[in-house]
Write a protein that binds this ligand. Structure first.
Ligand SMILES: [Zn+2]
Length: 212
């Protein structure tokens, strides 16, 4: 990697090399690594409508949003992905027309793809012994029926019925007395599978009001 000839941050860790490329440098335990970054000095992030500050932390916070072909803050992009996914999952749960008074609770991501977005869990009011866990794994949504809060196991889970409900779905899935889980490839399938969960848990009769 080429040397930084013209530093633009006070710590000298970001600057232009002899080819006019912007480089970021990191020094850790006597080992220096450097890489080329985008020149974002004059740019505005479309998500937060702010630019970049000329310091190491801000300049490194960058992501090329391929679909829009423009640069945004990496932190903004992650927040955008997180909120978008939350909305998708929230809509799917609301469309089941069953109360879930505690709302969506953030859960640990159990897969750990690049963006490591949060997973969510909730409990339907009329099925307190169960918790539904939903989160993304790369391009699929993981949906799982688990024991509800404070319940060590779920003996009343009709996993045989679950197996039948999903018999036509050629996806990764598992049905057992301890949990039922399935992978949905699209938002439509996420919705569809969640409605199958409603049937498996014997909750098909809709209630009038959906919790905020
Ligand atoms: Zn931003």
């Amino acid at each position: 990697m080429n040397d930084i000839l013209r530093a633009i941050t006070p710590d000298g860790l970001i600057g232009f090399d002899e080819f006019g490329q912007l480089q970021a440098k990191k020094v850790e335990a006597k080992c220096t690594t450097s890489w080329i970054i985008w020149d974002v000095c004059e740019k505005i992030c479309v998500i937060c409508n702010h630019g970049w500050e000329i310091n190491h932390k801000s300049m490194k916070d960058q992501h090329f949003w391929h679909d829009r072909e423009e640069l945004v803050h990496e932190s903004c992009y992650k927040r955008y992905l997180t909120l978008r996914e939350w909305q998708t999952i929230y809509n799917a749960v609301c469309n089941c027309h069953l109360a879930f008074p505690q709302g969506l609770k953030e859960a640990k991501n159990q897969y750990g793809a690049a963006w490591n977005l949060p997973w969510y869990e909730f409990t339907w009011k009329d099925a307190p012994t169960f918790t539904i866990l939903i989160g993304s794994r790369k391009r699929v949504f993981h949906l799982e029926i688990k024991a509800g809060p404070g319940y060590p196991g779920i003996p009343d889970l009709n996993y045989k019925m679950a197996e039948e409900c999903f018999s036509n779905e050629d996806v990764t899935k598992d049905f057992g007395p301890a949990s039922v889980w399935v992978h949905a490839w699209t938002e439509e399938k996420l919705q569809d599978y969640l409605k199958k969960f409603v049937r498996i848990l014997g909750l098909e009769k809709p209630v009038e009001k959906v919790a905020e």
